[in-house]
Design a protein around this ligand. Structure first.
Ligand code: IMP
Ligand code: MG
Length: 178
């Protein structure tokens, strides 16, 4: 385990097993729809690249990057688009891939933004959810794991751009971020 971690919350084998289950759920709803899968950079990059390789039906992939004004461990919901989508989502089925839903404000902003382009549908697939931290009524259609209200890193998630490459989800020691 990385020395900055208090604990491993979700080991690699549990992540991979859950991804297979999510891929089956996605297949049952999207196999004949060629959805546009939109990953939110940078946190969702690893989750997206693992899950799309488990989908044995046609998909298109795009990315968005946002910057959120807040501290390094809390988002404010005030969001600016740094990289927009390239694919035209008019009349397309869209799946947003997010690493983690905390307050839910970032995701709410993304959904509202995408809906302005008149897609046929927008659903959310998030690896992690912290239900206790929600500040908005957000629906997650495909969820990997519900977790406690702790700051986690690894498998794409960072603290100050570090730890994204860890192959598991770990709980960061408090003294690292306080
Ligand atoms: P929200 O807008 O509060 O839901 O924040 C969502 C974004 O904050 C995520 O996409 C992450 O980038 C970041 N975030 C929230 N909680 C964590 C965490 O525990 N570890 C790492 N990043 C987090
Ligand atoms: Mg993120």
């Amino acid at each position: 385990m990385h020395p900055d971690l208090k604990d491993i919350l979700i080991p690699e084998h549990r992540l991979q097993k859950r991804l297979q289950e999510l891929a089956l759920q996605l297949k049952s709803n999207y196999a004949d729809k060629e959805p546009v899968i939109i990953g939110i950079l940078k946190g969702a990059a690893i989750f997206l690249s693992d899950i799309v390789r488990l989908l044995d039906f046609p998909v298109q992939i795009d990315f968005m990057a946002l910057s959120s004004y807040g501290t390094s461990t809390k988002s404010s919901g005030v969001v600016k688009i740094r990289k927009d989508i390239d694919i035209d989502i008019l009349n397309r089925h869209v799946i947003v891939i997010e690493d983690i839903v905390d307050s839910g404000l970032t995701l709410q902003y993304i959904i509202d933004y995408l809906k302005k382009h008149h897609p046929l549908s927008v659903s959310v697939c998030a690896l992690l959810d912290k239900p206790e931290a929600h500040k908005t009524d957000i629906r997650i259609d495909y969820l990997g794991f519900e977790i406690e209200n702790a700051f986690v890193v690894g498998y794409g998630l960072d603290y100050s751009e570090r730890y994204r490459n860890l192959p598991y989800i770990g709980i960061l020691k408090k003294e690292i971020y306080t």
